[in-house]
Design a protein around this ligand. Sequence first.
Ligand code: PNW
Length: 470
Amino acid sequence: MPATPPPRRNFPAGFLWGTATAAYQVEGAAAEDGRGPSIWDTFSHTPGRVDAGDTGDVACDHYHRVEEDLDLLADLGVGAYRFSVSWPRVIPGGRGPVNPRGMDFYSRLVDGLIARNIEPVATLYHWDLPQELEDAGGWPHRDTALRFADYARTMGQALGDRVRTWITLNEPWCTAYLGYGSGVHAPGRTDPAAALAAVHHLDLGHGLAAQALRETSAPSAQVSVTLNLHHARGESERDAEAVRRIDALANRAFLGPMLEGAYPRDLIEDTAAVTDWSFVRDGDEKAACAPLDLLGVNYYNPVLVRVWDGSGPRATADGHADGAGTPWIACDDVEFVQQPGPYTEMGWNIDETGLTELLLRLHRDHPGLPLMITENGAAFADVPDAGGRVRDERRVDYLHRHLGAVLDAIDGGADVRGYFVWSLMDNFEWARGYAKRFGIVHVDRDTLERTWKDSAHWYRDVVTSGSLPA
Ligand code: PNW
């Protein structure tokens, strides 16, 4: 007798399936049609900042290949596409006049998506701050939050009739702590007090931008923010203090003001030696707490922490403690413990149980707030074989595990509305350059030709059936 195949697991009706990219990582055309420079142009053109000296000058040339890429999305069968708008493409100096040719690109992108029945999910800030605003002080400076809100209003007025879902910021953790704390991201500063000021002005900018989008977009538009929450675990009860510290600095520094209108007391106390938080003015925390329709969650891996007893070298397995600065401000007695493998080529451990736990925690702490996985994926270097096939079974396995983890969270009551693979195609992986390939579609660095990997075929089957194979 033939064995009955094990059943597929179904996602809820209406679950939104997508892929994600970001402007600087895919567009290229860095100096075309009136685009102004961003901090990532400056940073990537500074020797020593990005592996192999890679820059986003050409990237995937998506700016010129947008029609081909729209057809690629349609062929994948996805219901949504998450892209980001390059602030210096639409407002070259960060403030002041709009560049109509830049705006036109996004208008055509949105129209092209809608024409193919693909929902546009637009992120306003995926790290490419206009250089002029950095020169004026950047995110540690209050004015940047106000200019961000102006930019959001401009975008709402231009595209708010057509964009169904807005995301204000992508991963403000990276902007603040990697951009101004550890310095591994643009603008490359290593100043802990500036990093915490950046946290606040990102929180404030988010709230003001969310309000501006609400005021300018169709009533049905959904407003969201995307956070890379750190799912921190301790090895034992003794490590609860390390977990609390990481949770305050990495997660509640954003969740607190954005969702509850207040910074956590313990965060203020933990960081008292670095800043007195006097940049928080009356009314700011309330302003940061604009009503949200969804919370975007980017998830790659959990972290394992313990309290360092001062003996021996401190374990820094999260990969963020080398170099001149650290993202882990006031955490000198926290160790990041090496986790058991396997790992992706970023050196990130693969553990999907952290995703289920994180989603259930958000469901418990913020009941009634719908969740969306706005990024999840893995870097593996597989390239086409002689026959042109890309056998990336490790990526298929990664996605399979994590989609199963999403289903486990849904079974546990979490209200998860959608899932976006990072990324549609291999692209500029920030400080790691082009060598780290996150795409489900391969991009040849010489010809820029797009080739479906096995994972793209696999993902098409998942999204078109709305179910996960056993
Ligand atoms: C996210 N870290 O970045 C971003 O949103 C994407 O643009 C990026 O390509 C993707 O994840 C893969 O890295 C992160 O060092 C970059 O902890 C670095 C870290 C986390 C997220």
